[in-house]
Design a protein around this ligand. Structure first.
Ligand code: ATP
Length: 389
């Protein structure tokens, strides 16, 4: 069993930096889990504590049911793959992959068998006699993974393994890593700052900020039900739009205009302690050119008029950037709101990003009638940053 449990784990550095605060996480045997968050949020430190490369200040770390706080990295039966491949340049691919097995003094025939098998899985069989210098970046990264696989460890830890690759290769390798993990069925903890990687790779995603876990869930749950402004803004691309919204009798007063409260929104704002001033969150994909929505969509959404700033065609659809009325004031307000919610690093958006069908006639400099899906918008408490539920 390679279940990994972080039981109230914290890490402070001698200079007083609290890098990780009270992380409580159970990673199941065979699970593929992603740690994601902006630079400095504590994801590498968390991974390094699991690997044994950093001491744990408080709390307990258990692997396969055993407390390993004081175990040396080599005794944890875990393999780590870093962003820099750290291959030996003078050794061939085969020798690089065989290296940990030679250190463990395994029989030559066993080593050959394990290396051949890993090379087959990673499609490196034809390159076993090459030196790393004669490989592409993606192939080098596969060799680094091969060196981890041959040991047949209890778990793999990966720290931004794809970040040195160009965008196209990264997408290819993403699929390979995902396939590899399923094939091997080995527990994998994978660190990235890239939310797309996090959403596409893992069984579950852990979103961190400032050393604190914000939310743990499967990718769809994080997208559909973010617990706060930070997760809502971090997950999804382009990011969710945030606007100030004031609760009135049966509507929300927003810079888009007055939006009616449907049953769902009315229920969300009906708690006695709900503040009147809220933050409205709406993802770009939940807007559409009002001329293109059907009756059912029209009934559950709201419409407003806005002037079109920029239209970017993606071929499959369009990003339409809207300048909402009172735009500048909106973004200043929003910056205040985001800062209050502790989410200042979200960056306040100027105007509104929407994603519309290619058929949309929205034209730069003209006015457009826009539909927003009220079933999909979120409301946040600007004080705590928490999503109203
Ligand atoms: P990145 O994506 O930039 O690698 P990260 O999320 O992996 O960031 P960590 O490297 O875990 O973040 O760092 C978490 C915090 O701990 C940061 O504020 C960092 O500056 C701090 N930190 C890391 N190592 C040390 C150290 N040796 N001494 C003091 N502070 C440190």
């Amino acid at each position: 069993m390679a279940e990994i449990v972080l039981d109230h784990v914290s890490k402070s550095f001698p200079d007083g930096t609290v890098a990780v605060e009270d992380v409580d996480l159970e990673i199941a045997d065979g699970e593929f889990i992603i740690l994601v968050g902006p630079s400095g949020c504590g994801k590498s430190t968390t991974l390094n504590m699991i690997a044994g490369l950093e001491d744990i200040t408080s709390g307990e770390l258990r692997i396969g049911g055993q407390r390993v706080n004081d175990k040396a990295p080599k005794d944890r039966d875990i393999a780590m793959v870093f962003q820099s491949y750290a291959l030996y340049p003078n050794m061939t691919v085969g020798e690089n992959m065989a290296f940990p097995l030679r250190l463990a003094k395994l029989d030559k025939s066993v080593i050959k068998q394990k290396v051949d098998e890993a090379a087959r899985v990673l499609e490196l069989t034809d390159h076993l006699d090459r030196k790393p210098a004669n490989l592409s970046g993606g192939q080098r990264q596969r060799v680094a993974m091969g060196r981890a696989i041959v040991r047949n460890p209890k778990a793999f830890l990966m720290d931004e393994p794809l970040s040195n690759l160009d965008a196209k290769l990264r997408v290819q390798m993403r699929t390979q890593v995902s396939r590899l993990q399923k094939q091997l069925g080995t527990t994998m903890v994978y660190v990235t700052h890239d939310q797309t990687e996090a959403m596409t790779l893992g069984d579950r995603v852990v979103v961190m900020r400032g050393g604190v876990v914000q939310q743990v869930g499967d990718p769809q749950a994080l997208y559909d039900f973010p617990v706060n402004l930070f997760v809502a803004g971090f997950i999804g691309s382009p990011a969710m739009n945030f606007l100030p919204a004031q609760v009135e009798e049966s509507m929300l007063r927003t810079p888009l205009g007055d939006l009616p409260l449907n049953d769902r929104l009315r229920r969300l704002v009906s708690h006695s302690d709900t503040p009147r001033q809220l933050v409205l969150g709406a993802r770009p994909e939940h807007f559409e050119d009002a001329a293109l929505v059907d009756d059912a969509a029209r009934a559950r959404g709201a419409q407003f008029e806005a002037s079109v700033d920029v239209v970017e065609s993606l071929g499959s659809d369009k990003y339409v950037y809207l300048a909402v009325s009172g735009d500048r004031a909106v973004s200043r307000d929003l910056e205040d709101l985001a800062a209050d919610a502790g989410a200042s690093d979200l960056g306040a958006t100027e105007g509104l990003v929407t994603r519309m069908s290619v058929e949309s006639r929205a034209r730069e400099g003209a006015s457009a009638r826009v539909w927003v899906d009220l079933d999909k918008v979120h409301l946040f408490d600007p004080e705590s940053g928490r999503t109203l539920t």
